[in-house]
Design a binder for this molecule. Structure first.
Ligand SMILES: [Cu+2]
Length: 90
């Protein structure tokens, strides 16, 4: 994802978007990934939604912070999953 850095720097609006990595417990296979995508990626204000087993990388739309309450709700709604950690911003 190193290519993303110059792209973001070239787009001033993106400076107001927020990206975070969330560690998610309970995910074991691609069905879990699909279940989480179906709930989390449809949330308002989510621009980029990259979900793999145990990990979600979410970006908000420019000017919109990530709504962690809604994200956690969506994760819980998807099944027996839980956000266990938020990786520090890089
Ligand atoms: Cu699964």
């Amino acid at each position: 994802m190193k290519w993303l850095v110059p792209v973001l720097l070239a787009l001033p609006l993106s400076a107001f978007a927020e990206t975070n990595t969330y560690e998610v417990s309970g995910m074991t296979c691609n069905s879990c990934v699909k279940a989480l995508k179906a709930q989390v990626c449809k949330l308002d204000g989510i621009e980029k939604c990259d979900i793999t087993i145990g990990k979600m990388v979410l970006s908000s739309k420019a000017g919109t912070p990530l709504n962690e309450t809604k994200i956690k709700e969506a994760v819980a709604h998807a099944g027996d999953y839980k956000v266990i950690d938020k990786a520090p911003k890089k």
